[in-house]
Design a protein around this ligand. Structure first.
Ligand code: FAD
Ligand code: NAP
Length: 314
């Protein structure tokens, strides 16, 4: 295969938008390496209400379905493969793939996203997207005026519990210890919020429900007793893992600078510490973790990649 002008790793909102802008912007030979169907994690969402201009009842899958066709119209190629590593030698990047083949590229835009950690209790996977969620901004509104449970004791769990408390009737904050990891001021705000009940020294044991979705959560307390909490929604915030594996080199180091949380450090133009390597979407530092911002990052990264390749080759 000829050397690509740009290799895009990941076909979520960030990767697809990068694909649209690079191909429409004149780069030749752009391939998007996506291990599954393009669309990204939003295709797991049963409803999206906060993408500007998109009104009415629409699923994440509905939202994303037209994106790949729009990109291929301008020449973006999708190669369905798991990328194992991206390396750089001189000015040339190499994309290493699970099928054992490699592809070289002048520039790379990486948008492999992040995966919310699962807590690992019974029913969590079965009810994911049907009452179990990892995104309060996205799904909180569906529980307006209802009761929900939040799992976790870090900044995310407490901040999201505060967010949900404004929308929901009551929030049960389930945490496995009696002290929190979260910033003291956030803990204070949670404790001062009337409709948040702390369920401490408790781990989720099982989320259960019916054909319509979740109806309750059973938690196990450290003294061995259990408690049933009747809620239609359970939000899990037990940490997030950035999908950064493709940036790990043979010697175990990362290809570019990362922060302590494994997020790619980028500047305002989505440039990483390595020339020609751009990062976009959920995997970058300070990502708002929304479709709109991931798509915006993809566009910014693509415009930078076009300038970079232009300067490199001319
Ligand atoms: P992702 O969407 O994670 O896409 C990354 C892609 O990279 C994936 O398709 C993955 O298969 C691929 N990939 C990963 N590793 C490799 C590899 N090694 N090789 C090849 N391919 C790889 N946001 C909103 O704005 N509104 C909402 O209502 C909303 N609801 C949500 C509901 C749920 C249930 C979830 C989980 C998220 C929701 N979000 C919502 C958040 C939104 O989905 C993300 O912020 C957005 O998808 C991030 O886009 P991305 O392109 O950075 O990454
Ligand atoms: P986190 O700090 O790792 O907290 C995860 C929480 O989930 C912990 O309370 C942990 O309990 C709990 N947990 C983990 N696995 C569990 C399981 N299987 N079952 C039940 N509970 C489980 O993750 P985070 O809150 O997403 O934050 C990640 C990083 O981002 C942190 O550095 C955080 O400070 C930062 N952050 C900052 C802000 C801010 O500055 N405003 C906002 C959000 C996030 P234990 O406490 O017992 O380990």
């Amino acid at each position: 295969m000829a050397i690509l002008d740009c290799a895009i790793i990941g076909g979520g909102p960030a990767g697809l938008t990068a694909g649209l802008y690079t191909t429409r912007g004149g780069l030749e030979n752009v391939v998007m390496f996506e291990k599954g169907m393009p669309g990204g994690q939003i295709t797991n969402s049963s409803e999206i209400e906060n993408y500007p201009g998109v009104t009415g009842e629409i699923t994440g899958m509905d939202l994303m379905t037209p994106w790949p066709a729009q990109c291929s119209k301008f020449g973006l190629v999708h190669e369905m493969v798991n990328v194992t590593r991206v390396s750089k030698n001189g000015d040339l990047f190499t994309i290493h793939k699970e099928d054992g083949t490699t592809t070289d590229a002048h520039s790379v835009i990486i948008g492999t996203g992040s995966s919310p950690r699962r807590a690992g209790f019974t029913g969590e996977d079965a009810y994911f997207g049907r009452g179990v969620s990892t995104c309060a901004t996205c799904d909180g509104f569906f529980y307006k005026g209802k009761d929900v449970a939040v799992i976790g004791g870090g900044d995310t769990a407490l901040e999201e519990a505060l967010y949900l408390a404004k929308i929901c009737n009551k929030v049960y904050l389930v945490h496995r210890r009696d002290t929190f990891r979260s910033a003291p001021n956030t803990v204070k705000r949670v404790k001062n919020t009337e409709n948040i009940e702390l369920v401490l020294n408790s781990v989720p044991d099982e989320v259960y429900g019916d054909n319509m979705g979740v109806t309750g959560l059973r938690v196990k307390k450290s003294d061995g007793t259990t408690r049933e909490i009747e809620v239609p929604g359970v939000f899990i915030f037990v940490g997030n893992d950035v999908n950064n594996q493709t940036l790990i080199q043979e010697d175990g180091s990362f290809l570019c600078d990362m922060n302590e949380q494994g997020q790619v450090i980028v500047d305002i133009s989505m440039r990483t510490s390595v020339a020609g390597l751009f990062a976009a979407g959920d995997m970058r530092i300070a990502a708002p973790k929304q479709v709109i911002s991931a798509a915006g990052d993809g566009a910014v990264a693509a415009l930078q990649a076009i300038s970079y390749v232009d300067e490199l080759l001319n």
